[in-house]
Design a protein around this ligand. Structure first.
Ligand SMILES: C[S@@+](CC[C@H](N)C(=O)[O-])C[C@H]1O[C@@H](n2cnc3c(N)ncnc32)[C@H](O)[C@@H]1O
Length: 270
């Protein structure tokens, strides 16, 4: 019954905004563990993308980190002004700011507690985290070379507003690189929203099988982390949220009712 009510309310923009804000504020406040820096489902690269050496990172976060790394490789970030919308606990931002050397990397998130946690955990000269909404980005027009967006836009009240804000802050010729999931019959809506924005779609890839492989590869360490960080009564619920093997989310990815896509878009040069 509760599941049905929440599912029905998710059709309303105000509820989606409230749901995202409350969920991520609480998670960052109640579980500020430094060992939990990512909140995406992870990615196993295609053979053609080559392996990634991660000497200093704990193995347990390898797959979510790879989601960022292989998305960011879709464009050149060196010396660029990068904005990440929905930066969460900041692990991806830290990796990209260090490994791919942008001039500056700003992580924007709706949840103030997540922003505070990320600023506390990740200190690099070219990196900072700020609070704000994807639907009202607090940056000037034409000020950013690249926008990254990792598993976040499904939670926005209005994806159209987000994309129009991205288009506003991107410099001419700038890039939006985005990964996210949708119900299989709703991916077309996201595709249309992106197309209608006037940004040019350079690439779209179905990466569902890469995400499924990552969920399976990370399952043991993810379950161990949930056991360590959450009280027993919350572990099942959080396992569902985190998409462990056997969760509703994992089952939907494997039976084809949910899909996970990667997009690369470009703002016109003039
Ligand atoms: C599933 S988490 C992913 C976090 C991060 N990208 C990662 O992969 O670890 C989604 C994030 O999007 C943020 N978010 C949701 N709605 C937002 C909005 N309207 N504006 C900015 N951030 C938002 C949430 O607070 C949360 O941190």
């Amino acid at each position: 019954m509760i599941k049905f009510i929440i599912y029905s309310l998710k059709r309303f923009a105000w509820f989606k905004r409230l749901n995202a804000k409350v969920t991520y504020e609480i998670l960052a406040k109640r579980v500020p563990a430094a060992e939990w820096q990512f909140m995406n489902y992870g990615y196993v690269p295609n053979a053609s993308e080559g392996p990634l050496e991660i000497p200093d990172e704990p193995e347990v976060q390898k797959y979510p980190l790879q989601m960022y790394h292989y998305l960011a490789l879709k464009t050149d970030l060196q010396g660029k002004q990068v904005l990440e919308v929905g930066s969460g606990r900041g692990g991806g931002a830290k990796h990209i700011a260090k490994a791919l050397k942008p001039a500056s990397y700003v992580g924007l998130d709706l949840a103030q507690n997540a922003v505070d946690l990320a600023n506390k955990l990740h200190k690099l000269p070219n990196l900072k985290f700020i609070q704000g909404s994807a639907e009202e980005i607090p940056l000037k027009d034409n000020s950013v070379d690249v926008v990254l967006n990792v598993e976040s836009c499904h939670a926005y009240g209005s994806v159209e507003k987000f994309i129009s804000e991205v288009k506003r802050v991107l410099k001419p010729g700038g890039t939006l690189a985005l990964v996210d999931f949708r119900d299989a019959d709703k991916m077309d809506i996201l595709r249309r929203q992106l197309k209608n924005s006037g940004l040019e779609c350079l690439e779209e890839e179905n990466i569902t099988s890469n995400v499924v492989k990552a969920i399976e590869a990370e399952d043991e360490s993810k379950k161990a982390r949930i056991k360590k960080l959450f009280p027993a009564k919350w572990q099942k619920l959080f396992g569902e949220f985190a998409g462990v093997v056997g969760s509703t989310f994992y089952n939907k990815l494997t039976n084809g009712t949910k899909v996970y896509h990667r997009f690369v878009l470009k703002k016109a040069d003039t």
